[in-house]
Design a protein around this ligand. Structure first.
Ligand SMILES: Cc1cc2nc3c(=O)[nH]c(=O)nc-3n(C[C@H](O)[C@H](O)[C@H](O)COP(=O)(O)OP(=O)(O)OC[C@H]3O[C@@H](n4cnc5c(N)ncnc54)[C@H](O)[C@@H]3O)c2cc1C
Length: 533
């Protein structure tokens, strides 16, 4: 122990020589906070480093190799539900890239922006607004303070036609574990203007190696933005029966394949919506958990939302949006119990007359108005803090003005299988999720996102209160049971957190990845355990 403490002290002194003492932390309180996620991980962090540029990152990696203390990079560290800031293995020093937060270029004509890892959703949104840009970004439902690069490194997604983030970026600048810097695509030819506009470059394409991996630290990325459409409308729909989601998914897939729908369409079940508008109904359940289906149905009917509740956006000229509206009406007729279109004017009316609006639309927007507003905003790429409050679902305290699920003991584990976009698969995956969560004592809060023309992402959340004794263990047991069931049904997750899982597959695939890792990271200094078998 003494030797390793001594090694750590020497490493910290070397890192401080590179970064300045003020950018190296070993203060116990800060370390414990950084190790705290929304579920137990047990992974210890011996130091936090805050580099300010890529040269400093390279030097930090060299020091890491010399003292055999690996680094774990985070861009904003808000990877809630998947591990927050906690590394995938114990003993990694945290490489916090938040100081590198410059927006390096915005090209209005070609509609892209180049950013560093610390740039947040809110920062880009404010920047576009302040310069009167005609470009819209995509935003996730996570906090406005989440990093654009951090989310893309996990291949996260948002709501607009640019929602599948990893497919809307190019020209990565990457520091390899040896400290060397490379650029992907055309970026390798210095001086070419094509790097931010064409992903593949020429020859083998490397971009995919650096998302969901531990092969490099991304220090720069260009992401494409959407020209603001002439006309925008959102559509919201509701189905009152559980099984109704199957024909709806089939109908929406056909509309996406036909190009009528371009945005990601999100469909949340009743549990998901309830957690979006209020905390656990402790009174209605006399304090018992989980919230059973019967009480859930009564609450949904009282609050006018369905078993399934969907939202999507229509973008284009006025004529295109009108044609898309007609197509959606035709496709969903007889399949949904309510279909509603919203635009800025209707939403403003809803805000002004939140109760009378019910006679206009049939929707009770009074309690759900904030949820509708945030969903509507997300379809226009406006970041929001509203969904984050849902992480306080089972807490006995109300969500504070500055929600922080790690700090406040909000329990959250996400499990996100990707399935083919058919009604049959939607029903199968949601049935597994509902049965497993309820039988393990948790509410099955589920969303289905038609992310592409062909793929549906099911996001299942296990929400709980970490301050209740035994709940951590019960939630982890539920998570393990759920991942085992999904693995058995051949539904792999599109991403996973620091608990790992479901990486086993074809041996040749694993062998190649190990070979690449061994060559790129001979000293094993970068994020051990991250997306490894
Ligand atoms: C209420 C709520 C709603 C959410 N909604 C969404 C949603 O709509 N869509 C969605 O995708 N997620 C969502 N999330 C999950 C999560 O919070 C987001 O994905 C968030 O963007 C990830 O955190 P971050 O941006 O801070 O990334 P970070 O935590 O900084 O990074 C994530 C991981 O990527 C790796 N990494 C980070 N930076 C680099 C780098 N520069 N180079 C190499 N590797 C790096 C690290 O291993 C890190 O652990 C939600 C979470 C909550 C609680």
């Amino acid at each position: 122990l003494e030797a390793s403490l001594n090694t750590l002290e020497c490493a910290c002194a070397a890192w401080a020589a590179v970064l300045g003492q003020e950018n190296v932390t070993t203060q116990a309180g800060e370390l414990r906070a950084a190790e705290t996620a929304t579920f137990p991980t047990g992974h210890r962090i011996p130091a936090i480093l805050r580099p300010g540029n890529r040269e400093e990152i390279s030097e930090c990696l060299r020091v890491a190799a010399r003292f055999q203390i690996p680094l774990y990079p985070i861009s904003s560290g808000r990877n809630w539900g998947y591990g927050s800031r906690a590394p995938a293995a114990s003993g990694c020093a945290l490489l916090d890239l938040r100081r590198m937060n410059r927006i390096l270029e915005i090209d209005e004509e070609l509609a892209y922006v180049t950013v560093e890892p610390g740039v947040t959703q809110q920062q880009l949104y404010d920047c576009l607004r302040d310069r009167g840009s005609r470009l819209w970004m995509d935003a996730t439902g996570a906090s406005p303070h989440c990093s654009l690069i951090g989310n893309t490194m996990e291949r996260g997604f948002g709501h607009t036609p640019y929602g599948d983030h990893a497919s809307q970026v190019c020209g990565l600048e990457v520091i390899l574990p040896t400290g060397e810097c490379l650029c992907t695509g055309f970026g390798r030819f210095s001086g070419t203007a094509s790097a931010p506009v064409y992903r593949w470059g020429v020859g083998p394409s490397l971009d995919g190696l650096f998302t969901q991996s531990n092969l490099g630290i991304v220090t720069r990325m260009s992401l494409w933005l959407m020209p603001a459409p002439d006309c925008f409308q959102a559509f919201l729909f509701r189905c009152d029966q559980d099984e109704a989601v199957a024909p709806v998914v089939d109908a929406l897939r056909r509309l996406r394949l036909a190009g009528v729908l371009r945005s990601a369409v999100h469909i949340g079940n009743s549990y998901k919506i309830l957690a979006g508008v209020q905390q656990y109904p402790w009174n209605e359940t006399a304090g018992r958990t989980p919230l059973d289906r019967t009480v859930m149905r009564q609450l949904a009917s009282r609050m006018h939302f369905g078993s399934w509740n969907g939202s999507g956006g229509l973008y284009g000229t006025t004529a295109q949006v009108a044609a898309a509206r007609r197509a959606i009406r035709d496709a969903l007729r007889g399949r949904v119990d309510k279909l509603q279109f919203l635009d800025d004017r209707t939403l403003e009316m809803a805000a002004r007359f939140s109760s009378p609006v019910r006679w206009v639309t049939g929707w009770d927007l009074s309690r759900s108005l904030e949820l509708v507003r945030s969903v509507y905003g997300l379809l226009k790429g406006i970041p929001t803090v509203a969904p984050l409050r849902g992480t306080y679902w089972r807490k006995r305290m109300p969500p504070p003005a500055d929600p922080d699920p790690d700090r406040d003991g909000c329990g959250l584990l996400w499990c996100s299988p990707m399935v083919p976009a058919t009604g049959v698969h939607a029903m199968a995956v949601t049935r597994i999720a509902s049965e497993t969560l309820l039988s393990n004592g948790f509410e099955p809060s589920i969303s289905l996102t038609l992310l592409t023309e062909r793929a549906l992402c099911c996001v299942i959340s296990i929400g709980y209160d970490r301050d209740v004794e035994g709940e951590d263990d019960r939630a982890l047991a539920c998570y393990r049971a759920l991942t085992a069931e999904l693995e058995h049904a051949n539904y792999p997750p599109y991403r996973h957190g620091v608990l790992g899982g479901y990486m086993r597959g074809d041996a040749a695939h694993g062998n190649l990845l190990r070979l690449i890792k061994d060559r790129l990271d001979p000293d094993r200094v970068l994020a051990p355990g991250r997306y490894e078998e």
